[in-house]
Design a protein around this ligand. Sequence first.
Ligand code: NAP
Length: 270
Amino acid sequence: MKNKYALIGDKLGHSYSPIIHNMIFEKFQIDGEYSLLEVRCNNLAEVVKKLREEELSGINITIPYKTNILEYLDEISEEAKEIGAVNTVIYRDGKLIGHNTDYYGFKMIISKLKLEVKNKKNFICGAGGSARAVIKCLEDLGGENYLVTRDVEKAKINFKDFKGLNIISYKERESISEKNLIVNCTPCGMYPNIECSILDVEEKKEYRAGIDLIYNPQKTRFLDGFKVGENGLLMLVGQAIKAEEIWQDREISVDDTQEIYEKIKELMYI
Ligand code: NAP
């Protein structure tokens, strides 16, 4: 019988995760099957039971359960602990272990662009869930990081665990010099609201590079005009690859990751 994996969330209508994971299974001849499992909050315990009874071999978790899952886990990886959210769970040696693979997905974009972020001023816009993984990654890479938000006071409370993080308004950001990277961690510009952008065209010249976590459309208004830029598709594929590495206990090479990414890109944008 195939090993079963699933994405757990509240509303999963248009998720690309089954396509990515089932492509990985096919490529590496893994006897697995990945599906979507819409779950109401009070049913999360049932999913956990399925993992402990090995009915499910691993799960990914998305909005709104990335923090709700924490109370059910026996161990949490170092990066997930600091981010405060888990998106991948495995049951191994009698323990439920949680990881955050969004962190690794974002890191793959930094590697692909060969971006220098150490001791450079990096701006993360939007104080929501995805920003936490991005900030942790840029922190680990030694960046001087600025969280840009519409509500500084609220963000100071929600991000108090990130000790070296500067929290500023969009207005305050304007007066800072030597800007390096800017990351869009807001839903602004996502289909169908494609006209929306948190950045004016003129402002883009001030940054060395821009990354948008959004991958639909392929080129958002935010990305238009950066010499060095990337959308969020590699992060999406990268987090799935890292989850498979954890579940299958194997390494997936950069070349194989690139091949899977290119295939998904073709499926999505052509
Ligand atoms: P979220 O928690 O719903 O929102 C992020 C933050 O964006 C909010 O907390 C808010 O922060 C800001 N924001 C919301 N609406 C805004 C607006 N109209 N104008 C300016 N700022 C606004 O979302 P998330 O889960 O962090 O995800 C953010 C985006 O990243 C989504 O589009 C999501 O699809 C994408 N994403 C992609 C990947 C990937 O693998 N590529 C992974 C995760 C998320 P402030 O109020 O502090 O300004």
